[in-house]
Design a protein around this ligand. Structure first.
Ligand SMILES: Cc1cc2nc3c(=O)[nH]c(=O)nc-3n(C[C@H](O)[C@H](O)[C@H](O)COP(=O)(O)O)c2cc1C
Length: 207
């Protein structure tokens, strides 16, 4: 069982990292393998909608997005961590997520997702909502916790004082582990639910 964690912050040892590390400690105690990718200090450009990924199965920009794709394919769960910038996830993680989800065509169905946000003060739930939408358009169940998945701080030391935030991270990792296990069992016992495809109603004929 494996979880891929993405840190959208430019700070590998900042507030978002402190939250993700709290989760990693629980995953490791539960025997879940983890891989943490540092995304936010990389030069990640946005999607240009060239659709070359439809032919090639990978993004035309050959960077960390294409390196992350096979790790995501193998993972049972994905955690997206982001600092809050002007009440949204930061631009780097949004560019990364748009390109990762759009360019990869393997099934994400029943991989468990969790979004984690870090803010000094505000904009947390709006950012949390944005990140959860990558999961909910992809047939990915969303793990939840005992509060919305957020920590507060301007520095990692602040986050270490946010006892409720850290508790939320630990409970989130436990719930995520449980979901991944029951989904693995359910896949064996019942198979995955059928997913209909094909309807794509953007009304190009204007009717
Ligand atoms: C450009 C920018 C915009 C920010 N906007 C917000 C904001 O809207 N709300 C907030 O509470 N903190 C805001 N912050 C502060 C960070 O989100 C916050 O300190 C976060 O915990 C930093 O996480 P990190 O150490 O993982 O980078 C902003 C920081 C930057 C650099």
């Amino acid at each position: 069982m494996k979880v891929l964690l993405l840190n959208g912050s430019p700070h590998p040892n900042g507030c978002t990292a402190a939250a993700l590390k709290e989760m990693i400690r629980v995953f490791e105690a539960e025997g879940v393998e983890t891989e943490l990718l540092q995304v936010g200090n990389r030069d990640i450009r946005g999607c240009i909608a060239c659709r070359s990924c439809m032919k090639n199965g990978k993004c035309v920009f050959d960077d960390l997005v294409n390196e992350a794709a096979p790790l995501f394919e193998k993972a049972d769960g994905l955690v997206i961590g982001s600092p809050v910038y002007y009440a949204s996830p930061n631009g780097t993680i949004l560019s990364f997520m748009d390109r990762l989800f759009y360019s990869t065509h393997f099934s994400k169905h029943m991989k468990v997702g969790a979004a984690v946000v870090s803010a000094r003060r505000g904009g947390n739930t709006a950012s949390f909502d944005v990140l959860n939408k990558y999961f909910t358009i992809s047939g990915m169940p969303v793990a939840s916790s005992t509060y919305w998945n957020q920590v507060h701080g301007f520095t990692a030391d602040d986050v270490l004082k946010d006892q409720e935030g850290l508790q939320t991270m630990r409970n989130l990792a436990r719930n995520m582990t449980f979901l991944m296990k029951v989904i693995a069992d359910g896949r064996e016992k019942y198979g995955l639910p059928q997913m209909e495809r094909g309807a794509f109603t953007s009304f190009p004929d204007g009717k």
